[in-house]
Ligand binder design. Structure first.
Ligand code: FPP
Length: 239
């Protein structure tokens, strides 16, 4: 297990695009919803592991603003899993001192799910361990648009001088306000794209893609991503 005593640099903020549940199920002749079920179980297991490695912030992409385009049965299966797993995390993550925050537009979810989302945040708000951001109905472009609208209102109300707006002013109006940008973004399932995840925040993130499908992404796979990250030479535009 990797941790701060292993001599390996543990990134502060890691983002994960949990892709490949559907293909995992298809390979086994199972419906996609079963892949999501195994994916959700893995979400719980890996989150607890990562919280012990010393990572300070973990941002997981659970449902994008584009995922509503999926067949209604699949969307419903995912909503059912969210309900079930949020109930679990209300108790489960307490043992690991994990603080939970949801990023994205929660207003469109059904009232029962919104209530669970709010409760999960409320019970965890004073925890001091890893911060877990769960991105649900999240899309980076709409997050940026929301920040632009906010800035527009502040300019209109003379609270902000348009000539003095900084990158930090934008950053502070994103869901991830006051959090360091992700150092590392991991994508499972073999694709090499960000799919509208943390576009502003990932300007200098290291990107790591693995063929491993999300339900199979275990502790060793995570350690491998961290070891690979340790070999990268981050220059942030410098030399
Ligand atoms: C992508 O796989 C995965 C999703 C759209 C859903 C991710 C959600 C979970 C893992 C559950 C997490 C649970 C909680 C409570 C946060 P895909 O369906 O796009 O797979 P494919 O590319 O093989 O089709």
């Amino acid at each position: 297990m990797l941790d701060k005593n292993s001599g390996i640099y543990i990134p502060q903020h890691v983002g994960i695009i949990m892709d490949g549940n559907g293909r995992w199920a298809k390979k086994r002749g199972l419906p996609r919803s079963i892949g999501h079920r195994y994916g959700a179980q893995n979400f719980r297991k890996i989150t607890r592991y990562i919280s012990k490695t010393g990572v300070k912030i973990l941002t997981l992409y659970a449902f994008s603003t584009e995922n509503w385009k999926r067949p209604i049965e699949e969307v419903n299966a995912l909503m059912g899993l969210f309900r079930q797993y949020l109930i679990d995390l209300l108790t489960d993550f307490r043992y690991d001192d994990i603080k939970v925050v949801f990023i994205g537009d929660r207003s469109v979810f059904e009232p029962k799910l919104i209530k669970l989302i709010n409760e999960s945040e409320e019970v965890a708000k004073d925890r001091k361990g890893m911060l877990l951001n769960i991105a649900m109905n999240y899309g980076s472009r709409s997050e940026i648009l929301r920040a632009v609208k906010q800035i527009g209102r502040e300019v209109r109300d003379n609270a902000l001088d348009p000539d003095k707006i900084t990158e930090d002013d934008i950053s502070k109006r994103l869901y991830t306000a006051n959090e360091p940008d992700p150092d590392l973004i991991i994508r499972t399932g073999g694709e090499f794209r960000l799919s509208n995840f943390l576009l502003f925040q990932s300007a200098y993130s290291e990107f790591y893609s693995t063929e491993t499908l999300w339900p199979d992404f275990d502790e060793e796979c995570f350690d491998n991503a961290i070891l690979e990250f340790n070999k990268r030479n981050r220059r942030f535009g410098g030399v």
